[in-house]
Design a protein. Structure first.
Length: 421
């Protein structure tokens, strides 16, 4: 894949700076989950942690989408990255002084989620203004690599840091990462074209109505929601699986990194399919194979497996499931970014950004099922529900089968104009 989006100086600076902030997200995610598990030892508390992050994020994402269409997106990102850094400093100080309690973690995680919800729509709608349209797939892939690549590397580093030191150093480094991104954003100058401000509720429902009444958007976004809520959310209880495998902080970090490796491979794989005449069929295939292969992980972890051979086999299914999940995410997001009207980009992609909040929110369901049954059974149930949802969604929206990667420009030209909806 040619990463020609990096030829744009502004995007290149934005992408390199994002390594610090997105890497910090991966670090503090590892730190928060391990700290809660260390304080309580409860799978259900890990699920609650996910919910305390996800619910505020979903709420603020919807508002953040409107703001991203009404105010300077770069300035909005400056505010959110600075505020995240401040919250992480508070978390660092509480942890360092050993005054931290589980409810403190929940409260600060909720604040991080609330701020993150304003950041995601601004981030998703800012980068297209830094590139040309022919660089879109490259930029979407690079943004995905940021998330998945840092997930591949940073959890291992985070696990090692926690093992040799404590979660304090993880939170301190995360704060520094966000302040570094703030400094980078101050160097980026872009021309912003903002829409005339109207009634916020009308603008919000205009974006929602567009998603609901445009079949391609409705199908791809609902499929994305289902896959991340029921399948990818198993990473929220990964500390439990590390414990089941007789591991520690390093095992936990390694499992998350293995999942990240699969996601990076999936991101690079997409280039072979993005311009296929059967793009719609391929996207559906990715959505089916991710939960199917995760069933292999659930099956293997339901038995006491020891030794390197067992761990490698479990890791294989983690990687394969992540490959298909990332391939679905990149291919579907590229389609959406290419055909969304620019005046609705912040709100529509803000709705799509809820996807990433559904991972920790789905962790509440997975955590509850793990407490009621077993961790492996919770992953099995989630994967089966996702498969049923995919079959139902695709059957009700057969247009997805006809999606042709060779004529995405035509799709854009023939999308229903928003003023006619």
């Amino acid at each position: 894949m040619k990463f020609n989006a990096l030829n744009s100086p502004s995007y290149r600076r934005f992408w390199l700076g994002s390594i610090a902030s997105i890497g910090s997200v991966q670090l503090y995610f590892v730190g928060l989950a391990w700290l809660v598990f260390e304080l309580s030892g409860s799978p259900f508390d890990l699920g609650i942690l996910g919910a305390t992050i996800a619910i505020p994020t979903i709420f603020s994402t919807l508002i953040g989408g409107i703001m991203a269409d009404r105010i300077d997106r770069r300035k909005l990102l400056l505010v959110t990255t600075s505020m995240t850094g401040i919250v992480l400093i508070v978390l660092t100080l509480l942890d360092a002084t050993e005054l931290i309690l589980v409810w403190h973690v929940f409260l600060l995680a909720a604040l991080l989620g609330l701020i993150h919800g304003f950041e995601m729509p601004a981030r998703s709608s800012l980068f297209p203004s830094l590139i040309n349209s022919n660089q879109m797939m490259s930029a979407v892939a690079l943004n995905t690599i940021l998330w998945q690549g840092t997930r591949m590397i940073l959890p291992v580093i985070g696990g090692l840091l926690i093992a040799v030191s404590d979660t304090v150093i993880v939170f301190a480094l995360s704060a520094l990462g966000f302040f570094a991104m703030t400094a980078v954003l101050k160097t980026i100058k872009i021309e912003t074209s903002l829409q005339e401000a109207g009634k916020a509720s009308d603008e919000f429902f205009r974006g929602v109505r567009f998603v609901i009444e445009n079949r391609i958007f409705r199908t791809l976004i609902v499929l994305t929601f289902s896959l991340h809520f029921f399948v990818t959310s198993y990473i929220q209880i990964m500390p439990v699986f590390a414990d089941l495998l007789g591991g520690d902080e390093r095992t936990y970090g390694l499992l998350l990194s293995i999942q990240g490796i699969g996601s990076v491979i999936g991101t690079f794989t997409v280039r072979h399919f993005q311009q296929s005449k059967r793009l719609g069929m391929i996207i559906v295939m990715f959505a089916v194979l991710s939960p199917v292969t995760l069933l292999g992980f659930a099956f293997l972890t339901s038995f006491p497996i020891s030794g390197e051979g067992g761990f490698l086999l479990i890791s294989f299914f983690v990687v394969i499931s992540a490959i298909f999940g990332a391939a679905f995410l990149v291919s579907s997001m590229t389609v959406l970014q290419l055909i969304v009207p620019d005046d609705l980009r912040g709100r529509v992609m803000g709705i799509h950004s809820i996807t990433f909040s559904l991972i920790p929110l789905g962790g509440l369901l997975i955590g509850a099922l793990a407490s009621a049954f077993t961790p492996s059974m919770s992953v099995t149930i989630g994967s089966l529900i996702s498969l049923l949802a995919v079959f139902w969604i695709v059957r009700a929206n057969k247009e997805i089968w006809r999606l042709n990667g060779e004529n995405m420009t035509d799709v854009q030209l023939h999308s229903t104009p928003i003023h006619k909806i």
